[in-house]
Design a protein around this ligand. Structure first.
Ligand SMILES: Nc1ncnc2c1ncn2[C@@H]1O[C@H](COP(=O)(O)OP(=O)(O)OP(=O)(O)O)[C@@H](O)[C@H]1O
Length: 331
């Protein structure tokens, strides 16, 4: 079953010099029980997609889409109240930079207890309900790798390390037992052992509880170890999507290839001290977007057709938006 289905999502931000398409016909889908990755360099629009899904976008920004559905229900067409209820009960988001996302005036315990939904508590007296709430919160803290739950729950966000805040955010997201977890770079800046712990926890939750995960990151190695599908984004445009193994071993878009080639962990074939390849230039700002394919000025295969935005092409279950793809006969 298709849990989340986004087709040709466009997000326009009004500015003093006219409106800017921060997202331009982005497509993304996720089935129940799947771990799907959304990849792209900084500024490519990953967080904007997450915010659009959960409805955390200012009213004056213009959103259009051929489809933006949750379990077949149109998220853009439904009432604000219904959309909020769906997002609250069925979807959880872990934002990057937990320290700024947490309330600095409340203890971590208060914030976690508040995240335990009433529907998970038995219908008993209120003091017994508090005990149940506490037990659920503590159990969740242990699951995300925080052993000393008492110390953690008494602390304020500024009194603990960043990775403890990040784990707390993860516990807050998981304690409501969502169907979909959107993890926006949850391991950013974490040390490797903590990162591995979190990735294992997410994989285990996917296997045991059938938790669907949209994992948003630039960390290709983390993604490759857990995701089954991947969508690659460049400057607000979807460039390629498909199964992780197909994209990894036979990328069709020059940007996906460049992204994979720039990851040292994917280049085991390279002799030692060989410089890693990277595309020339940097991602353009929203104020200076090229017309057509936005990779054009940086693309080694660009031609005059690239001033027109490429359509989505399909090769089996592999989708790509490119006029000059790396098809086997052209490589
Ligand atoms: N509130 C905003 N107002 C105007 N532009 C914004 C706003 N938020 C994001 N943008 C712009 O939208 C583009 C995409 O931003 P976004 O945060 O989604 O990128 P990202 O891929 O998540 O990057 P990172 O990996 O660094 O978080 C960027 O050019 C950013 O400057």
């Amino acid at each position: 079953m298709q849990l989340l289905d986004i087709k040709n999502l466009t997000l326009e931000i009004p500015t003093a010099s006219g409106s800017i398409k921060a997202l331009d016909k982005v497509s993304l889908s996720l089935k129940k029980g799947e771990i799907s990755a959304l990849v792209g360099e900084s500024g490519s629009g990953k967080s904007l997609i997450v915010r659009t899904i959960v409805g955390a976008i200012p009213d004056r920004w213009n959103i259009t889409a051929d489809r933006l559905t949750w379990k077949g229900q149109d998220l853009l067409g439904m009432s604000e109240h219904k959309r909020r209820r769906i997002i609250r009960d069925e979807v959880s988001v872990v934002f990057q930079n937990a320290v700024t996302a947490l309330d600095p005036t409340a203890t971590l315990g208060e914030q976690l207890l508040e995240a335990v939904p009433d529907r998970l508590l038995p219908k008993t007296m209120f003091w017994q309900r508090r005990q149940h709430r506490l037990a659920l919160a503590q159990k969740q803290l242990h699951k995300v790798g925080i052993k000393d739950h008492e110390l953690c729950m008494k602390a304020y966000p500024h009194q603990v390390a960043d990775d403890v805040c990040q784990k707390l955010m993860l516990a807050m997201s998981l304690v409501s037992q969502p169907e979909l977890l959107i993890a926006d770079d949850p391991t950013m800046g974490m040390e490797i052992t903590t990162k591995v712990q979190i990735l294992r926890l997410l994989t285990k939750l996917n296997q045991t509880r059938n938790l669907s995960i949209l994992y948003v990151s630039h960390d290709l190695l983390a993604i490759a170890t857990m995701a089954t599908n991947m969508t690659v984004l460049y400057c607000g445009q979807t460039v390629e999507s498909g199964s992780m193994s197909e994209l990894r071993h036979s990328p069709l878009h020059p940007y996906t290839k460049a992204l994979l080639d720039s990851a040292p962990s994917f280049r085991k074939d390279l002799p030692r001290k060989t410089p890693l390849s990277s595309l020339p230039g940097t991602i353009p700002t929203l104020q200076h977007l090229p017309i057509g394919c936005r990779l054009g000025p940086r693309c080694p295969r660009a031609g005059k057709e690239c001033v027109k935005a490429p359509k989505t092409h399909r090769l089996h279950n592999h989708f790509y938006n490119c006029h000059f793809p790396l098809l086997p006969e052209t490589k």
